[in-house]
Design a protein around this ligand. Structure first.
Ligand code: CTP
Length: 402
């Protein structure tokens, strides 16, 4: 990738000792790197070290006339083609969310128009504090990319989420962010989560899908520059940056939303677990057990829902349509049959009998099954990585068509 001008803002956490390694990685890729350190960061990493590895002067203070004379803080903010904050302390995240500019680092962060990536690092209780959660959500909504933190043993003695992502992961996230948007101009529709079919005023028929896989695919499509629409069944997951989200509940609502959005889409990925059946009629009021004699059963009549994926595949056009298959045995064979039956361009088959993958998990082990019958088994990977590989494949299919 092209060499870029990267501004690295270092705030005061113990993980600052890893930043020289991050600078070296970025330099090795050919980027120019300039560092700004906060007053507390200087307690953890020496400006001289950063200056030596970056081969650029390190900026420390807003009011240092010599520093400002070389490159003033606004020029520095304008110079940056990307800004990375690592480690990002709870305090720095709070200031960034509130727009406070009371030192050089926060002033440059407020002035820059470059894409921003932050790598939080703090004590697990600080990270899970509602104030930090709200600040992170605000930044996320503004399109700030949050890398990590990771779970593990923390320097403060606690265990849990709070460790800064490794320099390799931060550099990788930056490369992706700065890469050429390979899906620019493309419209991608992704469905996610498990639909809910009402039984009565309070009860629903649901399934175990968490929506994580579909959300990861939408996040990756948006990162690649696609106009991305996520049709989401009920989920507490945050909307990925740059994604337009349409919340639905039932299979019929999902069908309407997907068809409406898919009209001008080049890619549709049906990652949702759509209920195959719904109660024939939902009771408007809550069913009361007093109304049923004790010992007697309650029979629910179910009717088939339309198969959205099959409907999409029947529509003519150049669109790439991808389906998912949740299988508990004979995974590849079952997926091949499903693909042939529905007529899609690719099936992502999940082995739902595995304990370490699938439904609520953050990892997934899938097999990509093509119409020719070829099956590519991917190893157990984080869902974000599965999303990347799936979109690489989808891009090839799209490229072959257009
Ligand atoms: N799907 C759909 N509409 C439905 C049901 C499923 O669009 N009413 C889509 C899902 O989003 C997924 C794929 O079809 O992409 C799954 O197909 P399905 O036949 O439901 O497979 P399973 O859920 O694996 O169930 P089964 O094996 O029982 O057929």
């Amino acid at each position: 990738m092209e060499p870029r001008r990267v501004l690295l803002v270092v705030s005061g956490g113990i993980a600052a000792y890893k930043i020289p390694e991050l600078v070296r990685r970025l330099k090795r890729t050919g980027h120019a790197v300039r560092c700004v350190v906060t007053a507390s960061a200087r307690e953890f990493v020496s400006p001289l070290t950063l200056q030596t590895v970056s081969a650029e002067p390190v900026r420390e203070s807003l009011f240092d006339r010599a520093e400002e004379g070389q490159i003033d803080h606004i020029a520095l903010a304008d110079w940056a083609e990307a800004v990375v904050v690592a480690p990002a302390t709870a305090n720095l995240l709070a200031k960034l969310a509130a727009g406070i500019a009371d030192d050089l680092a926060t002033t440059v962060l407020l002035a820059t128009r470059a894409p921003l990536l932050v790598a939080p690092a703090m004590n697990v209780n600080m990270w899970s504090h509602p104030a930090t959660r709200a600040n992170v959500a605000t930044l996320h909504e503004r399109g700030v990319e949050i890398v990590g933190p990771e779970a593990g043993e923390l320097a403060c003695g606690w265990e849990g989420e709070g460790r800064m992502a490794e320099p390799e992961a931060i550099a990788g996230a930056l490369e992706l962010r700065l890469g050429r948007p390979s899906l620019a101009g493309e419209r991608v529709v992704v469905s996610a989560g498990g639909t809910r079919e009402p039984v009565d005023a309070v009860r629903v028929l649901a399934n175990r899908s968490s929506g994580k896989m579909g959300f990861a695919i939408a996040a990756e499509a948006a990162r690649r520059g696609a106009e991305t629409i996520l049709v989401a069944a009920p989920s507490a997951l945050p909307t990925p940056p740059g994604v337009r989200r349409i919340d639905i509940e039932t299979a019929l609502e999902m069908r309407d939303a997907v068809h409406a959005e898919a009209r001008s889409a080049g890619v549709v990925v049906m990652a949702a677990a759509v209920a195959d059946f719904r109660p024939a009629s939902a009771h408007a009021r809550k069913l009361k057990k007093e109304d049923l004699p004790e010992g007697e059963g309650l029979t629910l009549e179910l009717v088939r829902n339309p198969d959205i994926l099959a409907e999409l595949c029947r529509e003519p056009g150049e669109r790439v349509v991808v389906g998912f298959a949740a299988e508990s045995h004979d995974v590849v064979e079952a997926a091949r049959r499903k693909l042939a039956r529905k007529g899609c361009d690719l099936i992502v088959a999940n082995d739902v009998s595995r304990e370490d993958a699938g439904f609520e998990s953050d990892a997934n082990a899938v097999v990509l099954v093509s119409p020719g019958g070829e099956a590519e088994a991917l190893p157990l990977l984080p869902k974000s990585e599965v999303a990347r590989r799936l979109l690489d494949r989808i891009e090839k299919l799209r490229g072959a068509r257009s």
